[in-house]
Design a protein around this ligand. Sequence first.
Ligand SMILES: [Zn+2]
Length: 258
Amino acid sequence: MGMKISVLYLGRMEFPKFRLVQWEDEEEMIKSPAVALLIQHPTLGNILYDTGNCHEHQELYTPDMLHNYPVVECISVKEALAAKGLTPDDIDQIIISHLHFDHAAGLKDFVGTKAIRNVLVSEADLKEAWFSVTTGNGGAYIRSLFDLEGIRFKTINEDTWLAEDFGLFVQKSHTPGVIGLILKTEKSGTILTTSDTIYTRDSYDQGIPPGGTINKTTDEFFDNLERVKKMEKELDAQLLFGHDFQQIQEWAAKGWIE
Ligand SMILES: [Zn+2]
């Protein structure tokens, strides 16, 4: 029996599109979903990839974040797991694509569970997160969201296979190390997740680089884009993007999101 994948929709942010991708029209708005994956794997156990926003965003996020990327709908990862009959205690390992607020804010739901002692991130992103928050230039990182009681990070520097059907690849774009997944499923073929190195299908198909102030250059975006396109072809894979509302709706319509 293979793994079972559930895409967890954790609500959304809404803001002008130019803050996500390079875009002329400053009025056009975009819906930006927060997404997590639950992978129920026969040998690795229950793995959670990303944890979305949290209900306490008004208190915990910076005024800049709340202003630029307002959370208009929030479903906590704990609530999304409960809808599947699971609790944080049922999760064996957490993989965080990168420690930005909209991916890490649900980590605190796992304090006191086995999963908080088993949080996998890229070494480069963890260093960037700590450096940012301890030098007063947090950017999209918030210390209180990941500096949690009992947390133990496991880090990777390079592409790593946790099982023969479960791979991780480290992308040097968006942050110094964003983890994408390679999931070889029986039911839906191979799925590649990009997280925020590629936000949307449009960005991928049309090569639209990220907007806003988070990404310093577009070179990394295009280098990574080329690599992901190559992987897509070699693995005959389907892609899941970082913040694509339309894709989440399409996947839900196909019954891929339970
Ligand atoms: Zn994000």
